[in-house]
Design a protein around this ligand. Structure first.
Ligand code: ZN
Length: 424
């Protein structure tokens, strides 16, 4: 597996050095690191050995063996729940939007050419904005090689690239609950909320006031009301402000048995406001590995059973992870339902140096009603590869790439992860 492909000579030298160090430590760990290890992965609580293991996964080799053997039984092919119904509403769900150094106008001219029309063509378009958008502070990119504290910030130019490069209608709603929410401080988060408001983009996962935090976020379109909520497991080195606990939706989601009563409460608020479906963005899990840990699988099942959400959109692990349907009884209506979850949509608009990070997906949710007026839902997962040719980035449908007879070395390498996710 080719885990690292830096695009500058300096990046190459730095990565080779760190990979060498990671290899030495790995040697003493007697290969036990090849299996995923679950821990909170929160920079505030990381011990030295956690940090070394994280560096190993990141710079040397993402583990392909799940942390717990039962985890694999939960995944399935992208099954269609109700294949024959007439769709009346479509929702696109995208992964993490991150200001990597390559996300600049000179490298992104053709970025959306292949997938933009379908992705932004849905009635409602969603993703996770994993950076402040504080135009009063300097742009701050994710460095090519991550060695120091990373505080991100996006300017109008980079945001416009995320938002369809001016070629498409852009996002309707973005989550701002992630581990980079407070990178530009509280003022940066409030500026982000205001800037999104000015662009007519709804935001979830953070609020400018206690009153705003209590309001359900619902989009009404084509006769359907869709509720959105979002939570993050960490704010990196920052703590949630004690005087403003409502500022950002933070819960210790990577710890077993996390109390999710706030998620239930917000789902109930959406239902009372008439939401036909509730979609929940969960920014959590362990980074750079093929499968979610048992903690995340248990968390997602608990969210379905306890809160009755219909869809869980996972993000943060940087690698694509599998998806599933889940049968449960809605705690509010008592009806049997089939929910849909994807554990990680991965980096969406981003360009990390690791080849596996170039595989991501978006979900197209088709929504309709049966004769009784009950909601029908058909989730279609569309895996994508971020290709780089002649220094230009472009999103391509992975299925089309894998129909070719001749694959590049990178496409072959990514296929290991693609097969693990697509075939469960
Ligand atoms: Zn993250």
């Amino acid at each position: 597996m080719k885990a690292v492909r830096p695009y500058t000579i300096k990046g190459h030298i730095l990565c080779q050095t760190i990979k060498g160090l990671a290899y030495v430590v790995h040697f003493f760990k007697q290969k036990s690191w090849d299996k995923a290890i679950e821990f909170e992965e929160n920079p505030r609580t990381m011990r030295l050995m956690d940090l070394l293991y994280f560096s190993y996964k990141y710079y040397f080799k993402p583990p392909q063996i799940p942390s717990h053997p039962t985890v694999l039984a939960h995944f399935q092919k992208p099954t269609t729940l109700h294949p024959d119904f007439h769709s009346q509403l479509s929702i696109s769900l995208g992964g993490d939007l991150m200001p990597y150094e390559m996300i600049k106008p000179e490298y992104t001219t053709y970025l959306w050419d292949n997938v933009g029309a379908d992705f932004f063509g849905s009635d409602i378009v969603f993703a996770n904005l994993e950076t402040p958008l504080d135009t009063k502070q300097k742009q701050s990119f994710v460095p090519e090689v991550m060695l120091s504290n990373m505080l991100f910030n996006t300017d109008e130019q980079t945001f416009s690239i995320f938002n369809g490069n001016g070629q498409f209608k852009g996002f309707d709603i973005l989550s701002v609950a992630n581990n980079h929410s407070l990178d530009m401080g509280r003022a940066g988060l409030l500026a982000t909320l205001q800037n999104l408001k000015d662009k007519n983009i709804l935001s979830i996962g953070a609020a400018a006031s206690a009153d705003e935090a209590e309001q359900p976020v619902i989009i009404e379109r084509n006769g359907f009301k869709i509720g959105f909520i979002a939570y993050t497991y960490s704010l990196n080195q920052f703590e949630a402000p004690k005087d403003k606990p409502w500022l950002v939706n933070l819960l210790p989601l990577n710890l077993p048995g996390c109390d999710i009563s706030r998620i239930k409460q917000q789902t109930e608020t959406c239902r009372k406001a008439g939401a036909d479906l509730v979609l929940c963005s969960i920014h959590a899990g362990n980074a750079y590995q093929t499968y979610p840990g048992k903690t995340t699988v248990d968390l997602f099942e608990n969210i379905f059973n306890t809160c009755g959400v219909d869809v869980i959109i996972g993000g943060h692990p940087h690698n694509l992870q599998p998806w599933r349907n889940y049968q449960f009884t809605d705690p509010f209506s008592g009806k049997n339902k089939t929910g849909f979850a994807i554990y990680s949509l991965a980096d969406f608009i981003a360009y990390d140096i690791f080849t596996w990070c170039h595989l991501c997906a978006y979900v197209k949710l088709e929504i309709g009603r049966d004769v009784n007026g009950d909601i029908l839902m058909r989730p279609i997962v569309k895996p994508l590869i971020m290709e780089r040719k002649n220094k230009q980035l472009q999103l391509q449908y992975a299925e089309q790439i894998y129909q070719k007879t001749e694959l590049t070395a990178e496409e072959k390498d990514i296929k290991i992860l693609y097969d693990a996710c697509v075939n469960g």
